[in-house]
Ligand binder design. Structure first.
Ligand SMILES: NC(=[NH2+])NCCC[C@H](N)C(=O)O
Ligand SMILES: [Mn+2]
Length: 343
């Protein structure tokens, strides 16, 4: 039997994944998912630091800026221990539609927060286009509290719990949230970088066996094995689109001090870059969120360091190589005539 031919046929049936070389940037100046002032300034601060230009420098990358999502003032609703739900809901409804549009334009959706409550809209919008997507939540926190289990009442600690269909019995009726179809499964979720996990969050992770590499596990296995393990657990056939929701507080507070809920003992920037390089190399990254950069926290150096770290993470996710990239289609260095003066 011609095993070889069967193998070749099987290979050619498998979808080949190439990194998408087109991206769409969405800014979300939203901060009502938590209590501190400043995280809404991040999209402007990143743009001022050259976000668009720096991404355009990546060889072959086509970058389109879709502008910012604005959230007009709105009448609040009353849900126990859940601050500003109506505003969070309005912002995410709009954001979800925008992410869907970027993906339909055949671009990777790059969303700049904003606090992490906006993960609700980015994942909702992504799922509408790729319902086989997997979600990698890179964070110091699990963000899987309900209004019953949260100590803070801040929705940036709840987006994962709002997203997953397995949690429907853990929520009351949530006014203003009727736009959301809760269809994403917790079976498609994995965590990297955790080190501040509330009791009920830990219970949820164990109950639903969420592939989780908390900092102790990253310590034991290294970042490369950690991400590969999560990807393998969620998608053993390497065939599902990837969404990374990256909270800057996944980095050690020394690497990214300008954030609202910093925790020491986190990822180094090198580990975060390596993580994103590995995700890029799969060719399957379709959406990335970068959230919780708060330029109003710390001094000028803290601010710059945090924004710079965020830019490094985005660049690694979108194909920047630390090895360098030779100019495309050029085979030699520029020739000069040794008998003539320079021109
Ligand atoms: N996206 C974040 N920074 N989340 C922090 C959440 C902290 C805490 N677990 C809470 O529920 O409030
Ligand atoms: Mn978070």
């Amino acid at each position: 039997m011609n095993i070889c031919r069967v193998f070749v046929r099987k290979m050619s049936q498998e979808k080949k994944w190439e990194p998408l070389r087109k991206v769409g940037i969405i800014g979300v100046p939203f901060e009502k998912g938590q209590k501190k002032y400043g995280v809404s300034v991040a999209p402007a601060a990143l743009r001022a630091a050259g976000l668009i230009e720096k991404l355009k420098e990546i060889e072959g990358l086509d970058v389109k800026d879709y502008g910012d999502i604005e959230t007009p003032g709105i009448k609040e609703v009353n849900v126990a221990n859940m601050d500003h739900l109506a505003l969070v809901s309005a912002c995410n409804k709009h954001l979800s539609a925008c992410v869907t549009q970027v993906l339909k334009d055949n671009r990777i959706a790059v969303t700049i927060g904003g606090d992490h409550s906006i993960g609700l809209g980015t994942v909702d919008g992504h799922y509408k286009v790729n319902n086989d997507m997997i979600l990698i939540w890179v964070d110091a926190h699990a963000d899987i509290n309900t209004n019953k289990t949260s100590d803070s009442g801040s929705v940036h600690g709840m987006p994962v719990a709002l997203l997953v269909k397995e949690f429907s019995n853990y929520w009351p009726y949530l006014p203003t949230m009727d736009w959301q179809d809760v269809v994403f499964s917790i079976k498609s979720l994995g965590y990297i970088g955790l080190r501040s996990v509330d009791n009920f969050e830990r219970l949820a992770i164990e109950k639903y066996k969420v592939p989780t590499f908390a900092m102790e596990d990253v310590e034991e296995h290294g970042i490369k094995n950690s991400i590969q393990h999560v990807l393998q657990a969620l998608d053993p056939t390497n065939s599902r689109p990837i969404h990374v929701s990256f909270d800057i507080d996944a980095l050690d507070a020394l690497e990214a001090p300008s954030t609202g809920t910093p925790v020491r003992g986190g990822l180094t920037l090198r580990e975060a870059i390596n993580l994103m390089e590995i995700v890029y190399a799969t060719g399957r990254l379709r959406a990335i969120d970068l959230v919780e950069i708060n330029p109003a926290i710390g001094n000028e150096k803290d601010r710059q360091q945090t924004i710079d770290a965020g830019l490094c993470i985005l660049k690694a996710a979108l194909g920047f190589s630390r090895r360098g990239t030779a100019p495309r289609g050029v085979l030699d260095l520029p020739i000069q005539d040794p008998h003539k003066p320079s021109q």
